[in-house]
Structure formats: structure tokens, C-alpha cells
Ligand binder design. Structure first.
Ligand SMILES: Nc1ncnc2c1ncn2[C@@H]1O[C@H](COP(=O)(O)OP(=O)(O)O)[C@@H](O)[C@H]1O
Ligand SMILES: [Mg+2]
Length: 249
């Protein structure tokens, strides 16, 4: 029998003054899976993400986590619920080393380390897992974009989440770096963490996600497997500007 979804979003709408950024959107996130959200710029992806992460509440609608209504919970309450997002705790501490950054994150949330030894041990594990171990003594500000993104994931993982949210974590990466990031996300998922990600890079969504939600002008226009949504006429029109699928510049 299928388990209840880990997250259920019911009819959420977000209005900013005159603008409706997200309109009556509903979907759910399956526990143990990787669910993706795509859509053109301004489609309402980050706004949806921010509502689910407790950054601000929806104007209308409700959000449930394991059946519990979390619509009005604040972002700082989320780490205790075993939910992490990149950028969640703080921006990387620029003048601290990679190791010190990860150690600091180990003190947050439901699994907050009770001693420095525990924090350092967990940080070392996370650094091995994310491939940052050899760079642990570098100041975070001295690293390039791919490693900064890895550090964001490492800091999120240091809180031992069951659910991880990633908002355009691969932006600015070249194809080889994207491939490495995809592999790391897959490994994180294999270790038992449910993932919800917003991504611009179609290749990443297609290769990682079992289920994809497509937003356009604040509305959900499609949902299904990557194959289903890529072949959806409405999605093709939005992405390629044609119903037939033949792209023209
Ligand atoms: N805090 C805000 N105040 C006013 N308008 C906003 C705010 N955040 C987003 N918007 C607007 O909402 C729409 C959706 O934005 P966003 O969710 O960031 O889209 P996406 O992440 O899909 O590119 C855009 O028109 C954007 O300008
Ligand atoms: Mg965005």
C-alpha cells in the first residue's frame, strides 16, 4: 500500500499587492522520492518553494507535512521537523573554513550535536559524503561556484534532514559539474532523504525526478513523469513556442 505523501500542498495562492504569483496550486511529494518543479522565469517556482519552506505563508490554501498542518509554521521551526533547504540556516560564513561552516550547522535542528566532538565527527562524515573533505581547510569565500553549492548541501545535510529542498542548486554549473551535482543528489536520495527540487536545467530534472510539476504564470499546467510532461502539448508550447514540438528560433 502506498504511504501518505510527506508533503501535501492544497490549493495554495500567493498574492503580492496586485500580482498573483501563484494561483490555486496543489500537488504532493512522495516520501523517499525525488520530485521536481520546472517552469519559465517568473512562473512562481520560488514563491511556491518559499511557502512550503515557511519563508512566508500562502494567501490562501494549506500545506501539510506528514498529515500535520504546517501552513503557518516559521522557517526556523523547520529544522526541528527534519526539513532542510539550501540557504536555510545562514549564508555560508565567508571567513570560516569549509569544515567550520559544516561544524556550525551540526548544532542546529532536531539532531543538534551535544558536544564539539560529536559536531566534528558528523561534519567529517558529511564532508566525505559531499566530496569536500580535501578542501575542508579552505575558506568558503575562496571556493568556486560548484564547491560553494556543495557546501550549501553539506550544511543542509549536517542537520540530518528527512526532506531536503533545493532551489536551482545547479544554476551556473557547466555540463561536467552538473553531472557531478546530479550524482550527489542521487546519492543523498539513496541515503534515505526525500528531495524536492526546482531546476532550470532540464537534463537534471529528467534524469533525477520520478515526478515533475510544471508551473506557468503561477498555475500548474502539467504533472507526471518527466516523459509525460515533456510530451505534454501545453508544456511543449511554453518551452518551445510551438504545439508541434518543432523548435524555431
Ligand atoms: N516578494 C515579492 N514581492 C512582489 N512580487 C514578487 C515577490 N516575489 C516574487 N514576485 C513576483 O512573482 C512572480 C513569480 O516569481 P518567482 O516565484 O520568483 O518565479 P520563478 O522562481 O518561477 O522564476 C514574478 O512576477 C515575481 O516578480
Ligand atoms: Mg526562482
Amino acid at each position: 500500500m502506498d504511504k501518505a505523501p510527506i508533503i501535501e500542498v492544497k490549493n495554495i495562492t500567493k498574492r503580492f499587492k496586485g500580482l498573483t504569483a501563484v494561483k490555486d496550486v496543489s500537488f504532493s511529494i512522495r516520501e523517499g522520492g525525488i520530485t521536481g518543479m520546472i517552469g519559465p522565469n517568473g512562473a512562481g517556482k520560488s514563491t511556491t518553494f518559499n511557502m512550503i519552506c515557511g519563508y512566508y505563508p500562502p494567501t490562501e490554501g494549506r500545506i501539510f507535512y506528514r498529515g500535520e498542518d504546517i501552513t503557518n509554521k516559521k522557517a526556523y521551526e523547520y529544522t526541528n521537523m527534519k526539513i532542510a533547504r539550501t540557504f536555510q540556516i545562514m549564508k555560508p560564513l565567508k571567513n570560516l573554513s569549509v569544515l567550520e561552516n559544516v561544524v556550525a550547522s551540526c548544532y542546529f535542528g532536531h539532531a543538534a550535536a551535544k558536544s564539539e566532538r560529536e559536531a566534528r565527527e558528523r561534519a567529517m562524515e558529511v564532508l566525505h559524503f559531499t566530496g569536500l573533505y580535501d578542501k575542508r581547510h579552505i575558506l568558503s569565500k575562496d571556493m568556486g561556484t560548484p564547491d560553494q553549492k556543495r557546501l550549501e548541501m553539506a550544511r543542509a545535510l549536517a542537520t540530518k534532514p528527512e526532506l531536503l529542498f533545493l532551489d536551482e542548486n545547479m544554476a551556473g554549473l557547466n555540463p561536467a559539474e552538473t553531472e557531478a551535482a546530479i550524482e550527489l543528489i542521487r546519492e543523498i536520495n539513496r541515503s534515505g532523504v526525500t528531495i524536492f527540487l526546482i531546476e532550470h536545467i532540464m537534463q537534471a530534472v529528467v534524469s533525477l525526478c520520478e515526478s515533475v510539476i510544471v508551473l506557468h504564470h503561477g498555475e500548474k499546467i502539467a504533472e507526471g513523469t518527466p516523459e509525460q510532461v515533456m510530451n505534454d502539448p501545453m508544456v511543449m508550447e511554453v518551452y518551445l513556442g510551438t504545439k508541434g514540438g518543432a523548435a524555431h528560433a
